[in-house]
Design a protein. Sequence first.
Length: 104
Amino acid sequence: MTDHARELHTRAARGLPLTVEEQAELDAWYRRNDDDEARMLAASAPQSTLELETLRREVDAALSRLTTAAEQVQTLSHENETLRRELAELRERLRQTTASQAAA
């Protein structure tokens, strides 16, 4: 039945016509899949307010860690840019010093 229902689904999704019986069979298959999915979601959903609060605290803590990490990355990025500029200046001074010594 499942393979047949999948075939009906594929045909319907492609816009191919189904008989009244085939459409009824496909609708029943959709309902069973929806019911199965609803049961799975209900089984995995938090069962109490306490569980929801625990999940919210965990999410808040994760967001706080993420914010801290993002701030650290931004700080390091600024520090790296400063070091790049300083390095470029030092290279230029070295180039000028080397050029002056070569000319002398």
